[in-house]
Write a protein that binds this ligand. Structure first.
Ligand code: NDP
Length: 452
C-alpha cells in the first residue's frame, strides 16, 4: 500500500505516558496520528498511579507535621482528618491533568478514539465499540501494565491500586499483600492517616531490589511507627464475615488477621490481553511482555511497543523517553537511543527511599574493588521535634577509578536530593569531585559532600 493510502502514519494504542508522548512528538514531526484509549487519557501514572499517590503522600504527611508542630511553638489544639475531602480533591486534580493531556493531543491534531483498539494485522486495527477498522503505516503499542491478582480463595474481596484511590471510607484495619513499591507507599499513607497496617509478604524481605541497609532502616522506622509485618507468609484465603470484616488466612498461621480492607500489590503484568498480537505475529517474552529491539520495534516490522508493556524498566520517565525516542527516530529521522544505565528511582514510603546505581552487593560483584562511604545522621528537623528517626546515605565508589557509581538514601526529601545528585553520577564524577564541592549548610544534602 502506498504511504498516502493508509488512514494514518501512526496509530497508537494506549494514551498513557509513553503513548501520549509518542503521539505528540510524531505529530510535531508532521505525521498524521491517531490514538485509542479504552479508559482515560493519561494512563496509569496520571489516573491511578504516581500522581494521585504522591498527592495522598502529601496529604498524609500532615499528620507528622501536625505532631511535630508543638515543638516549634505552634498550638494545635484539635486535629481531625476527613478522607472524602482528600480523596475528592485528589480525583479532581486527576481530572485537571487528564484535561491537560487531552488538550495537548488536541493542540497537536492527534485524533482520539475513546474506545478499545485491537490489531487485525500488521497495519490495521479495529475499534471495538464503533466496529470501525483503520489502517496505519506504523502502529505503536503503549498499553502499559495491569496489577497482578494472584489466585487464592476470596481474592474477589480484595482491591488493587486501581481501586484504592476511590475508597468510600478510610479503613480502620488494612492488610497489604506484597512488600514492593506500591505496598510500601500505601503502608506509609494508611499508617500516617491512622489506620492499623499489616504488610504481608511471601518472602523474607521488603523492596527486594533496593540496598539492604536502606531496607533495614525502613523496616526499623516503619515498625516504630506502628506498621506490622508478616514475612514468609503467602496468602491462603480471605473470608468475608457477616459483619463485613475480612479474615486473612496466611499459610502456616493458626489465626487469621482481621481487616476492613485488603490491598493486593504483588506486581504488575504487561497489558496484552485481547490485543490481537497473534494476528500480526508480534512475539512475546516469558513474562508476557512484548519483545522489542533497541529501536522499540517488535517482531512485526510495522509494529512498535514502548513502556510497561515491554516490561523493561516499569517507570513513567522511562516510558516517556521510549515514546519520545521512537517518534524522533521513525518520524524525525534522528538516531536516538535510550541509555538505560544510571536510572534513578524512589519509593515514596515514609520516610522515602531514593537510589541510583547498583546496590552494595551488586557493585561488589560487578566491580570487585569498591569503597563504601556512609552517613548515618538524625536530620536537624527531627532532633528539634524529638523524633528519633535517622537518615542514612550510602555512596559507592569504584576503587580503581574513584568514580561514584551509586547513591542510596533514606530520609526526608531524599528523592528531591537524589535527582540532582544523579546528574553527577551519570556524568561520571569522582569522589574527589564530590569532596571538592563546598557544603551547603545547614541541609541534609550536604552529607553528600562530607562523607569521609
Ligand atoms: P513490586 O515488583 O515492587 O513488588 C511486588 C511484591 O509482591 C514483592 O514484595 C513480591 O515479593 C510480591 N509478589 C510478587 N509476586 C507475588 C505473588 N505471585 N504472590 C505473592 N506475592 C508476590 O510490585 P508493585 O506492584 O508494588 O509495583 C509494580 C511496579 O510498578 C514496580 O516494580 C515499579 O516498577 C512500579 N512502581 C513504581 C513506583 C515508583 O517509582 N515510586 C511506585 C509504584 C509502582 P518478593 O519479596 O518475593 O519480591
Amino acid at each position: 500500500m502506498a504511504e498516502q493510502d493508509y488512514d494514518y502514519d501512526l496509530f497508537v494504542i494506549g494514551a498513557g505516558s509513553g503513548g501520549v508522548r509518542a503521539s505528540r512528538i510524531a505529530a510535531g514531526h508532521g505525521a498524521r496520528v491517531a490514538v485509542a484509549e479504552e479508559y482515560r487519557i493519561g494512563g496509569t501514572c496520571v489516573i491511578r498511579g504516581c500522581v494521585p499517590k504522591k498527592l495522598l503522600v502529601y496529604g498524609s504527611h500532615f499528620a507528622e507535621e501536625l505532631q511535630d508542630a508543638a515543638n516549634y511553638g505552634w498550638k494545635v489544639d484539635q486535629t481531625s482528618f476527613d478522607w472524602p475531602t482528600l480523596r475528592d480533591a485528589v480525583l479532581r486534580d486527576v481530572d485537571r491533568i487528564n484535561a491537560g493531556y487531552t488538550a495537548t493531543l488536541e493542540t497537536h491534531k492527534v485524533e482520539r478514539f475513546l474506545e478499545r483498539a485491537e490489531l487485525t494485522g500488521p497495519n490495521s486495527v479495529r475499534l471495538t465499540s464503533s466496529g470501525r477498522e483503520v489502517t496505519a503505516k506504523h502502529i505503536l503499542i503503549a498499553t502499559g501494565a495491569w496489577p497482578v491478582m494472584p489466585t487464592f480463595e476470596g481474592a474477589e474481596h480484595c482491591i488493587t491500586s486501581n481501586e484504592v484511590f476511590h475508597l468510600e471510607h478510610l479503613p480502620k484495619r488494612v492488610v497489604i499483600s506484597g512488600a514492593g513499591y506500591i505496598a510500601m507507599e500505601f503502608a506509609g499513607i494508611f499508617n500516617a492517616l491512622g489506620c492499623q497496617v499489616t504488610v504481608v509478604n511471601r518472602s523474607e524481605t521488603l523492596l527486594r531490589t533496593y540496598d539492604q541497609s536502606l531496607r533495614d532502616r525502613l523496616l526499623q522506622i516503619t515498625m516504630a511507627r506502628g506498621i506490622q509485618y508478616r514475612f514468609n507468609c503467602p496468602f491462603d484465603k480471605v473470608v468475608k464475615r457477616d459483619d463485613g470484616a475480612l479474615e486473612v488466612w496466611l499459610k502456616g498461621q493458626a489465626e487469621p488477621l482481621i481487616a476492613d480492607q485488603v490491598l493486593v500489590a504483588t506486581g504488575r503484568r504487561p497489558k496484552i490481553d485481547g490485543l490481537g498480537l497473534e494476528t500480526a505475529g508480534v512475539a512475546l517474552g516469558e513474562r508476557g511482555e512484548i519483545k522489542v529491539n533497541d529501536q522499540a520495534q517488535t517482531s512485526c516490522p510495522s509494529i512498535y511497543a514502548v513502556g510497561d508493556v515491554t516490561d523493561r524498566v516499569q517507570l513513567t520517565p522511562v516510558a516517556i523517553r521510549e515514546g519520545h525516542a521512537f517518534a524522533d527516530r521513525v518520524f524525525g529521522g534522528q538516531d536516538v537511543r535510550i541509555d538505560y544505565r544510571c536510572i534513578p528511582s524512589a519509593v515514596f514510603s515514609q520516610p522515602p527511599i531514593a537510589s541510583v546505581g547498583p546496590t552494595e552487593g551488586d557493585a561488589r560483584n560487578a566491580y570487585g574493588s569498591i569503597k563504601v562511604f556512609s552517613s548515618d545522621f538524625r536530620p536537624m528537623k527531627n532532633v528539634f521535634a524529638h523524633r528519633p528517626e535517622r537518615g542514612l546515605y550510602k555512596m559507592i565508589v569504584d576503587a580503581s577509578t574513584d568514580k561514584v557509581i551509586a547513591l542510596h538514601m533514606i530520609g526526608p526529601e531524599s528523592p528531591e536530593i537524589l535527582q540532582a545528585a544523579a546528574i553527577a553520577i551519570k556524568a561520571g564524577l569522582t569522589k574527589a569531585d564530590f569532596d571538592a564541592t563546598v557544603a551547603l549548610h545547614p541541609s541534609m544534602a550536604e552529607e553528600l559532600v562530607l562523607m569521609r
